[in-house]
Ligand binder design. Structure first.
Ligand code: MG
Length: 206
């Protein structure tokens, strides 16, 4: 399986990130399967970064094989969603971007893709993909709130765009981009996240 991550998908996050313009097409990058952090296991801050940020994102699980998927048929390729944290070594990312180098060291490191233990069917949530909302708290304080209706590129648009370049397979995960409010984590922090009010993630930073 592969983990596909979308960047620059919420206007307010682009503003806080670099103040640049939204892109014309979805921007994506990959994390390897060794990046997965499951079962609410603790996240250990890696020694190579002094500034690891959380990015809370809706995660869509692909449930069939597809390539060059038309946007209007994209809904057929998923039915379950979860939440994830796209952990980012922001200091390394800034250095890489400034030097025009790839982002992988800052984004694809081990355990940088935390996912909720459970994924939920959209039918059980009683909402369409574009009507979902999620929240993340750090030590009980609200830090991020995402509404899919505010995404620059919808989930269906993302699936259509990415599948032009690479075949999607059952079990692939798409991190759909972070809303505003990203920030650093520190030893002892507790991350919690809810999807439509349902607890999905709860783990500790070590
Ligand atoms: Mg992200």
């Amino acid at each position: 399986m592969k983990i596909i991550c979308i960047g620059r998908n919420y206007t307010e996050h682009i503003r806080e990130f670099d103040g640049g313009e939204p892109s014309r097409e979805p921007i994506f990058f990959l994390k390897p399967d060794t990046a997965l952090l499951r079962n609410n296991d603790p996240f250990y801050i890696p020694s190579f970064s002094r500034e690891v940020h959380y990015e809370t994102e809706l995660v869509v699980k692909i449930n069939r094989v597809g390539k060059c998927i038309a946007e209007r048929f994209a809904y057929r390729y998923y039915e379950e969603v979860g939440l994830g944290i796209d952990f980012t070594a922001r200091d390394l990312q800034r250095e890489a971007m400034a030097a025009g180098l790839p982002w992988e060291p800052s984004k694809a490191f081990d355990y940088s893709a935390a996912i909720s233990p459970n994924f939920v069917k959209l039918s059980d949530l009683g909402a369409g993909i574009d009507d979902l909302s999620f929240e993340m708290t750090l030590n009980g304080q609200l830090r991020q709130r995402g509404e899919c209706a505010r995404m620059i590129f919808s989930v269906d648009r993302i699936i259509s765009a990415v599948s032009r370049f690479m075949t999607l397979r059952m079990g692939d995960l798409i991190f759909t981009g972070t809303p505003a409010g990203v920030g650093p984590v520190a030893h002892g922090d507790v991350v919690r996240a809810t999807l439509m009010g349902r607890p999905m993630l709860e783990f500790e930073i070590r």
